[in-house]
Write a protein that binds this ligand. Structure first.
Ligand SMILES: Nc1ncnc2c1ncn2[C@@H]1O[C@H](COP(=O)(O)OP(=O)(O)OP(=O)(O)O)[C@@H](O)[C@H]1O
Length: 588
C-alpha cells in the first residue's frame, strides 16, 4: 500500500521562510505581491488600492482585492504549496505574480505570528486567520465591512527595524513604485505613472532628458545613449543605458528586472548576451518567469530568445549609428572598443564596424583596417607590439605597409577579415622577408667589403647570428636585428637541446638541420654614415668591438630579449670602445 510523506511543519516553515531568500527584506515584496494579485483576481473596475501602515513595531497591509471565504482560508492560507494562482494542470496563471504557494511564509522572517483578516468579494462573513511560526494556525470570526484583506505582522523583538516606517517606505518604493495600482505607505503615495520609458513626452528631446535623469537616479551616471528595448514574445519593454565610461568586458553586467511591474531584482544576470557589457538595462516583462525565491530569472527558452532579441537590438543600434552619426559612433568606440572587438570575433556585422571605424596603428600612422587595405593591398601585420615598434619604420620605408595586430583581439580580428571580404591579402610579417626588399650593395663595394664581413661574422658567430650588409631606409638606422619565425623556432629547439639528456638531444639535433639558413640576421645598413665608417676601419680589434656594439644596440632597439651571452658582449664592447675613445696616445 502506498503511504504519504510525513511533513515536519517547523522544518518546512523554517526552510521556506529563512533559507530560500537571501535577505529578510523580501517579506514586504511577498505581501505586496499577494495584495496586487488579489486585486487582479477581483477583476477590472474594482477599487485597486494597497495601503501599508507602520508604527509601534507593527506592520499592516490592506488591500481591496478579492479576499477569501472561510473555506478558502483553510484551503489556501493553511496549505503550504497550495496557490490559487495555478490552474488545474498546475501551470502558473498568466496574470498573477505569485504561483508557488509559499510567499506568505516569508512573513515569518520578521514575525512569529501572521494575522489575516479577510472578507471575500464573492460573499460570506469576514474571517480571521492566525498562523504561527511553529506550524499551528487558528481560524475565527472577524469584523470587516468591505471586501478585501488586511495582513498584520508584529515584529519579533530585535527585528523592529525591518518594519520601521522609513525602511518600509524605502522597500515599498524599491519593489513597488512601478505597480499599476495605487500603493501608499502611511498615506504617502509610492506609485506613479508606471515605467518611465513608457511615459508620453511632448518631444524626443524632453523624453531623452527624462530618461537621463532616471538613469542618474538609478545608477548615478549620465548615459552615453539610451536604447529602447521591446521583445513582444516576452511581453518585455525597457531601456538600455550605454555606459559613459569604459568597463572591463569580463565585469558581469547586472540589470534591473521588473516582472509584471514588480521589481524582481536589481542584479539580474543572464538577461543579455555576454558581449553586451557596455549597457545597463531596466526592463519589465510580463512573460519571463522567476525562480521560487524570486531572486533570479528561470533560464528557459524564452529567456534565451529574449537574450538574443536584446542582442539584435543593440547591434542594430550600432549599425544605425555608423550610418547616421559617425561622430557619435567614434565617441562610443573610443569608450568601448575592447567590447566591440570581442563582439567582432564572432559577429560579422561587428567585424564590419571594426573594419570601417576602428583605427589601428600602422606604419603609415593610425587608420582603419579598411583604409589600410585600400592603400596596401599586400600589407603585413605583426602579432605583437614589440615586433611592430621594431619594424614599422623599416617596413614602411620599404613600401611594405605594416599594421599592429599586437593588442588584445587584433590579430584574431585581422585573421577573420576574409570572412567579410574574400579579397583580403593581409599576411603575417616574417621579419627576414624584409631583407628581400633591401637594396644590395653594388658588386665592387661588395667585393671590397669581404674582409670586413669575415671579421664581423667572427665577432658575432658565437651569438648564433649571421651578418649581412644591405642598403636601406631609414638611413639613420645603423643596424637591424631580424629573426624569422623559423629562426625563433630554432632558438627554442637549441635551448631545449641544451637542457635535455643525451637521447633527446640526439633526437632534437636531427631536427636542427636547417640551422644555418634560419639563423637570425644582423643587417648592417650601408646607407648609414657610421656603419659605413665602421666597414672601412683598419684595426681588427676595433672592428670586432664596433660590430658587437651594433649588435647589442640593434637588440636593445628592437626590444629583443637579452640572453646572458648578449649582455656579456654588450658590456665588453662598451668598455672596449670606451677604452679606445679615451686611450692615451702617448702610452705604449
Ligand atoms: N492578500 C490576499 N488576498 C487574497 N488571497 C490571498 C492573499 N494573500 C494570500 N492569499 C491566498 O493565499 C495563497 C497562498 O499565498 P502565498 O503568498 O503563500 O503563495 P502565492 O502568492 O500563491 O505564490 P508565491 O509563493 O509564488 O508567492 C495565494 O495563492 C492566495 O490564494
Amino acid at each position: 500500500m502506498d503511504q504519504a510523506f510525513q511533513v515536519d511543519l517547523r522544518g518546512v516553515v523554517d526552510l521556506l521562510s529563512r533559507h530560500l531568500y537571501s535577505s529578510p527584506r523580501v517579506y514586504l515584496r511577498e505581501l505586496l505581491q499577494n495584495a496586487v494579485d488579489a486585486i487582479t483576481a477581483r477583476g477590472p473596475g474594482a477599487p485597486a488600492e494597497v495601503g501599508v501602515e507602520t508604527g509601534n513595531g507593527v506592520l499592516r497591509v490592506h488591500d481591496t482585492g478579492i479576499g477569501l471565504t472561510h473555506d478558502e482560508v483553510h484551503e489556501l492560507l493553511a496549505t503550504i504549496g497550495r496557490s490559487s494562482k495555478r490552474d488545474e494542470l498546475g501551470f502558473a496563471r498568466h496574470d498573477f505574480l505569485g504561483q508557488f504557494g509559499i510567499g506568505l511564509l516569508s512573513a515569518f522572517l520578521v514575525a512569529d505570528e501572521i494575522e489575516v483578516v479577510t472578507r471575500s468579494a464573492r460573499g460570506g462573513d469576514a474571517v480571521r486567520w492566525t498562523g504561527f511560526a511553529d506550524g499551528r494556525y487558528r481560524v475565527g470570526p472577524a469584523e470587516r465591512d468591505e471586501p478585501g484583506t488586511t495582513v498584520t505582522l508584529r515584529a519579533r523583538p530585535g527585528d523592529g527595524d525591518l518594519v520601521a516606517p522609513d525602511t518600509v517606505a524605502a522597500l515599498a518604493r524599491t519593489y513597488g513604485s512601478l505597480l499599476p495600482i495605487e500603493l501608499t505607505v502611511d498615506g504617502v503615495k509610492i506609485t506613479g505613472s508606471g515605467p518611465p520609458w513608457l511615459d508620453a513626452h511632448p518631444d524626443p528631446g524632453r523624453r531623452r532628458r527624462a530618461l537621463d535623469a532616471y538613469c542618474q537616479e538609478l545608477y548615478g551616471f549620465e548615459p552615453y545613449d539610451v536604447i529602447d528595448l521591446d521583445v513582444p514574445e516576452a511581453g518585455l519593454t525597457g531601456v538600455a543605458f550605454v555606459l559613459p565610461r569604459p568597463v572591463t568586458p569580463s565585469a558581469r553586467g547586472a540589470h534591473r528586472v521588473y516582472l509584471k511591474r514588480m521589481l524582481l531584482s536589481e542584479g539580474i544576470e543572464g538577461l543579455l548576451p555576454e558581449w553586451a557589457f557596455f549597457v545597463r538595462c531596466v526592463v519589465d516583462s510580463g512573460e519571463l518567469r522567476p525562480t521560487a525565491s524570486r531572486e533570479a530569472l528561470y533560464d528557459d527558452e524564452l529567456l534565451e530568445l529574449t537574450r538574443q532579441a536584446i542582442g539584435d537590438r543593440l547591434r542594430q543600434w550600432l549599425v544605425r549609428l555608423a550610418e547616421t552619426d559617425p561622430a557619435r559612433l567614434n565617441g562610443f568606440l573610443r569608450l568601448h572598443q575592447l567590447g566591440v572587438k570581442a563582439m567582432a570575433l564572432h559577429d560579422d556585422e561587428m567585424l564590419r564596424i571594426v573594419d570601417r571605424w576602428l583605427e589601428f596603428e600602422t606604419s603609415a600612422g593610425p587608420m582603419t583596417l579598411h583604409e589600410f587595405r585600400r592603400r596596401h593591398p599586400g600589407g603585413r601585420y605583426t602579432a605583437n607590439v614589440d615586433e611592430f615598434r621594431r619594424l614599422s619604420a623599416v617596413s614602411g620605408a620599404q613600401g611594405v605597409g605594416l599594421v599592429n595586430g599586437g593588442y588584445v583581439y587584433d590579430t584574431d580580428i585581422i585573421e577573420r577579415l576574409p570572412d567579410i571580404d574574400p579579397d583580403v591579402r593581409l599576411r603575417r610579417l616574417d621579419a627576414t622577408e624584409l631583407t628581400t626588399h633591401f637594396g644590395v650593395v653594388d658588386p665592387a663595394a661588395e667585393l671590397a667589403l669581404r674582409p670586413f664581413l669575415a671579421l664581423a661574422q667572427r665577432a658575432v658567430d658565437r651569438l648564433g647570428c649571421e651578418v649581412v650588409v644591405r642598403d636601406f631606409d631609414p638611413a639613420s638606422l645603423p643596424a637591424l636585428y631580424l629573426t624569422s619565425r623559423a629562426a625563433e623556432h630554432q632558438t627554442r629547439l637549441r635551448e631545449a637541446r641544451e637542457a635535455a639528456d643525451d637521447l633527446w638531444s640526439d633526437v632534437l639535433g636531427a631536427l636542427d638541420g636547417a640551422a644555418a639558413a634560419d639563423r637570425p640576421q644582423l643587417v648592417l645598413n650601408h646607407r648609414n654614415p657610421l656603419t659605413r665608417r665602421i666597414t672601412a676601419l683598419a684595426e681588427e680589434d676595433l672592428v670586432e668591438l664596433a660590430v658587437q656594439g651594433l649588435y647589442g644596440q640593434a637588440l636593445l632597439l628592437g626590444h629583443h630579449p637579452l640572453r646572458a651571452a648578449d649582455t656579456a658582449v654588450l658590456n665588453r664592447s662598451f668598455l672596449g670602445l670606451l677604452d679606445w675613445a679615451v686611450h692615451d696616445p702617448g702610452a705604449p
